[in-house]
Design a protein around this ligand. Structure first.
Ligand SMILES: *[C@@H]1O[C@H](CO)[C@@H](O)[C@H](O)[C@H]1NC(C)=O
Ligand SMILES: *[C@@H]1O[C@H](CO)[C@@H](O)[C@H](O)[C@H]1NC(C)=O
Ligand SMILES: *[C@@H]1O[C@H](CO)[C@@H](O)[C@H](O)[C@H]1NC(C)=O
Ligand SMILES: *[C@@H]1O[C@H](CO)[C@@H](O)[C@H](O)[C@H]1NC(C)=O
Ligand SMILES: *[C@@H]1O[C@H](CO)[C@@H](O)[C@H](O)[C@H]1NC(C)=O
Ligand SMILES: *[C@@H]1O[C@H](CO)[C@@H](O)[C@H](O)[C@H]1NC(C)=O
Length: 440
């Protein structure tokens, strides 16, 4: 009898041990991350992914709205797992490509294969695009629990486009391509979500400093920054809007925009509505107007009439403060000593982007740290630009990188909404405060 009980106990404890060890086996990752740095000379935001077989680090400039990842396949692309995407295949159709290279002159190589789906990689900095073979290869990324990096995981078949070496012109030193985080099937976030079964969302937290690292999370929150703060709790949401026509520098007929648009309905300065033509804030059927977010424009660009109204209202609300000689490319500048200082930068009137929703409105407030740009030790300028005649003929407001630094933005593609925190400095943290020390 005693033996029987003992063996039953032994059996039960075995089950217990077994389930314990089961619980300990690494579960499916919730999220992945990439560190991001700001390149001092170009102000581009750059990251590094591991790609190919064998894996090599590939340095890339981040372009939030670009449709896909593209890399230089002409120089130094070596990989045993490289696969061209055939014309008419599912990845080809999903990319909305309108071109097929039936025959490539020259020996087969990455970027030159017969019967291959072709797309249009674009470089915003030189406003140039080329044709390029669509391909798939292995990508490896570091997983995360939201607080620290965890182990690397790989997936094959990540679609990207092959560009000629010349398309790297204008990119930061050592960069081999562009990481497109655009809202489409071949956008990097959607591909990772499908490959690793993580939620179809990502969050970017760009740092203002060129000597520390910001972070991009792919997948689920939390997003924990030192000292132990989950900033996903601070997110406020507004719908992401569709633009039916591509806003890329080049595109195929029928391609929708892969940029992230939000519904700004008015702008306030110090609580007062800035008088602007609000028709410009709507996205038209032919893809013009509206407000998008960009990581490749260092400062927010406004359609000329909006720019004029905004700067006029800003100057008026700071009428008592003398202006100083403007420093290009900006027009409204002040002496640092004549502006007070706050936790969120210089004490200037807050600029509020009022975001419409069917039921409610929310506001994205831009405080001094994100509105003013230090030009030298003495002078600070209002960091908004007139889109002017060279303005992309399409979008009325392009929210640029300076205005989103040290704000966490969550692009929740699956739920068609943008989550934003406004300045993290209010919560006494910054985008540079992620703990990049790996946990075992
Ligand atoms: C493409 O096909 C043509 C005709 O069959 C052949 O001559 C050429 O070498 C092929 N090119 C590549 C890159 O495979
Ligand atoms: C407002 O902008 C729209 C679109 O550009 C234009 O058609 C309209 O004439 C403008 N209205 C005013 C009052 O300027
Ligand atoms: C913008 O679009 C909304 C919804 O389609 C419409 O209700 C509103 O009148 C438009 N606003 C302007 C100024 O055209
Ligand atoms: C800014 O103010 C300081 C102190 O009043 C002064 O020394 C400096 O010359 C001013 N700079 C400019 C550009 O006006
Ligand atoms: C608007 O409010 C209704 C009722 O409270 C809710 O069911 C709906 O989801 C809300 N819509 C939006 C866009 O927030
Ligand atoms: C960063 O994370 C590591 C690993 O969990 C931990 O040992 C370290 O104390 C953390 N650093 C700070 C400043 O909290």
């Amino acid at each position: 009898m005693v033996t029987k009980i003992n063996s039953l106990f032994f059996f039960l404890s075995l089950i217990f041990l077994f389930s314990l060890s089961f619980a300990k086996t690494p579960s499916k990752p919730r999220a992945f991350l990439l560190p991001v740095t700001k390149d001092a000379s170009t102000k581009q935001f750059v990251t590094t992914i591991s790609q190919r077989t064998p894996l090599v680090p590939v340095k890339l400039t981040i372009d939030l709205g670009q449709r896909f990842l593209w890399v230089d396949c002409e120089k130094g692309y070596v990989s045993s797992s490289y696969k061209p995407v055939p014309c008419g295949s599912i990845p080809c159709k999903r990319s909305l490509s309108g071109a097929c290279v039936e025959s490539c002159v020259g020996p087969p190589s990455p970027g030159c294969n017969n019967n291959t789906c072709s797309h249009i990689p674009y470089n915003h900095f030189i406003r140039t695009s080329t044709g390029g073979e669509l391909a798939q290869d292995v990508v490896s990324l570091q997983s995360t629990d939201g607080s620290n990096p965890r182990k690397y995981l790989s997936t094959n078949g990540v679609v990207f486009d092959c560009a000629p070496h010349s398309l790297l012109e204008g990119l930061a030193k050592g960069v081999k391509g562009i990481l497109g985080l655009g809202n489409g099937y071949v956008g990097f976030p959607t591909q990772l979500a499908n490959a690793f079964s993580v939620p179809r969302k990502f969050a970017i937290c760009l740092t203002s400093s060129t000597t520390s690292r910001g972070v991009i999370f792919f997948g689920d929150s939390p997003y924990v920054f030192l000292p132990g703060m989950d900033v996903s709790k601070r997110l406020v949401y507004t719908p992401l809007l569709k633009n039916p026509v591509s806003t890329s520098g080049s595109y195929f007929e029928g391609e929708p925009s892969t940029d992230y648009f939000i519904g700004v309905t008015s702008i306030k300065i110090n609580g007062n509505v800035v008088p602007i033509n609000t028709t410009l804030l709507n996205i038209t059927k032919d893809g013009k107007g509206g407000t998008k977010i960009s990581t490749v424009d260092p400062y927010t660009k406004l359609e000329t009439s909006i720019y004029n109204a905004l700067t006029k209202a800003f100057v008026k609300s700071l009428a008592k403060v003398p202006r100083v000689k403007p420093v290009a490319p900006f027009k409204v500048c002040y002496n640092r000593t004549s502006l007070g200082s706050t936790r969120v930068g210089r004490g200037v009137p807050p600029i509020e982007l009022v975001l419409g929703n069917k039921n409610a409105t929310t506001s994205w407030t831009i405080w001094g740290v994100n509105s003013m740009v230090a030009m030298n030790n003495d002078v600070l300028c209002l960091g908004f630009l007139d889109g002017g005649v060279e303005f992309e003929p399409t979008t009325s407001i392009v929210i640029g990188a300076h205005q989103i630094e040290d704000n966490l933005l969550q692009f929740d593609i699956a739920n068609k909404r943008l989550g934003f925190t406004s300045s993290l400095l209010f919560g006494q943290t910054t985008c540079a405060n992620f703990n990049f020390t790996s946990k075992a």
